[in-house]
Design a protein around this ligand. Structure first.
Ligand code: G1P
Length: 294
């Protein structure tokens, strides 16, 4: 069965990014000139995903507004002859139909995923976490769909993370079955460095079967008192072999302040309109920093 649906969980308080996220969803923070979540929607559509559900939370209506039609703004842009801006704005609402479901309590990622079960029905689906923006020649979720089609088993996107950062990620341990693909033996959510079974960190891209919902239903709160998806995946791995895939590309953690700054700089450097000016500026401040160090 083809992977045609995706879940994007956008629940939670965005505490890592306070105070910016006090009154606005972290998924709406602009990365250069697009909200973070738009990068994921574009990645999903470029990978053949047709139906997207965003799991939202109280105070996150701005997400639905962003992907909605903006009649007043469009009329104004047309009236003032700002036609290329008008085209940009129209493109966003025409990209795709997005469905929304509310997570009524912030009970963790596992619970947010569970909230979308009725939309998924009986099909395999992609799960994409908006804290992670991945730049790749081939979209990251499309790379995972390929491997899923080959193995017909749930597969999780991973990358090697620095040893002192393992406690920020779900960590998997596995046996390599082909270049970049591992059979998962164990998973643990945010272990302490000395307890981590490896340095392979889960990035926010997964292809899963709907049977994960049965497991999630009976998964008790774990780390931080939250229903952890990683705990449910560990349980699932007992009777269905899970795989990990070391994706090709660069991932930015835009839910983290420093990761966000890096993403803005690097993604802006890839844009023709900013490339030269930004490069010049970075070289100037690079020189200044060098002088400060000497
Ligand atoms: C979640 C997952 C974690 C994964 C991470 C990737 O954690 O629980 O396993 O490594 O996303 O971004 P969060 O960062 O939402 O706490």
């Amino acid at each position: 069965m083809q992977v045609k649906k995706a879940i994007i969980p956008a629940g939670g308080y965005g505490t890592r990014f306070l105070p910016a996220t006090k009154a606005q969803p972290k998924e709406m923070l602009p990365v250069v000139d697009k909200p973070a979540i738009q990068y994921l929607i574009e990645e999903a559509l470029a990978s053949g995903i047709e139906d997207i559900i965003v799991v939202t939370y109280r105070g996150k209506n701005m997400i639905a507004d962003h992907f909605d039609k903006a009649y007043e703004l469009e009329t104004e842009l047309l009236k003032t002859g700002k036609l290329s801006k008008l085209e940009d704005v129209q493109k966003i609402s025409e990209m795709t139909e997005i469905c929304y479901v509310r997570q009524k309590q912030a009970l963790g990622l596992g619970h947010a995923v569970y909230c979308a079960r009725k939309f998924i029905g009986n099909e395999p689906f992609a799960l994409m976490l908006p804290d992670d923006i991945v730049q790749a020649t081939r979209p990251c979720i499309s790379q995972l769909i390929d491997k899923f089609n080959r193995y017909q088993s749930p597969i999780i996107g991973v990358e090697i993370v620095p040893e002192d950062k393992v406690q920020l990620y779900g960590i998997v341990k596995g046996i390599e079955v082909e270049h970049r693909v591992l059979k998962i033996e164990s998973l643990v959510e945010k272990p302490q460095p000395r307890e981590a079974p490896s340095k392979l960190g889960i990035i926010g891209r997964y292809i899963l079967h709907p049977c994960i919902f049965d497991v999630l239903k009976s998964t008790r709160p774990g780390l931080g008192g939250e229903v952890q998806l990683t705990d449910a995946l560990l349980k699932l791995n007992e009777y269905q072999q899970l795989y990990a895939y070391i994706f090709e590309g660069t991932r930015y953690d835009v839910g983290d302040k420093l990761g966000y700054l890096k993403a803005v700089v690097e993604l802006a450097l890839q844009r023709d309109e900013f490339k030269e000016g930004l490069k010049k500026y970075l070289l100037e401040i690079g020189e200044k920093l060098k002088l400060d160090l000497t």
